[in-house]
Design a protein around this ligand. Sequence first.
Ligand SMILES: N[C@@H](CCC(=O)N[C@@H](CS)C(=O)NCC(=O)O)C(=O)O
Length: 222
Amino acid sequence: MTKLILYGLEASPPVRTAKLTLAALGVPYEFVEVNTLAKENLSEAFLKKNPQHTVPTLEDDGHFIWDSHAISAYLVSKYGKNDNLYPKDLLQRAVVDQRLHFESGVVFANGLRSITKPLFASGLTTIPRERYDAIIEIYDFLETFLKGQDYIAGSQLTIADFSIISTLSSLEAFVDIDPAKYTRVTAWVKRLEQLPYYEEANAKGARTFTEIIKKTNFKFAS
Ligand SMILES: N[C@@H](CCC(=O)N[C@@H](CS)C(=O)NCC(=O)O)C(=O)O
């Protein structure tokens, strides 16, 4: 097997999705830090690897793959001993894919990035109220998805859990998850926290992300 290289910054949620997938598969890899906050992703060398300049980017045998969802699906399909994390069964896979698209378009783009982009790019520390509402809507959706099931796409752990927990554990830097209102989400988070690789692959980076956010002294507009 050729050596895999994961480029990224640990504080980045989608980078942590890729780390969780690699850890779950037990696949060895090298982690090369690309600090997006210091704009290292805009260097000529990195743009050759990924012209969209996003992290995570995975290098496998001279091929470059980016977007955490594509990376995770690729890794399971290529290196998984079975298809549990990304089922081949069409209906099960459709649910996993739906959750991955939900993470990409709603949780990450409409939830997290619509706050972090203006916060870091223009230093706007007063966040519009509708951004708070968008996060609450995401928590509500997740509580609904988890009705009658232990994992986000059904009865077993999949890459959809990795994708959503990485961003959810970062959204908490902005809005706490009320354990009384979101009982199923709270139980699901606790379930994932039990994974032996969770601390190293997600919790550590999520704490760093939270520290960075707290330092901005952001507040939601009333
Ligand atoms: N949908 C992408 C999002 C990747 C993304 O936007 N990553 C951020 C860091 S959290 C980034 O690379 N930002 C720098 C840039 O877009 O130039 C994924 O899941 O990989």
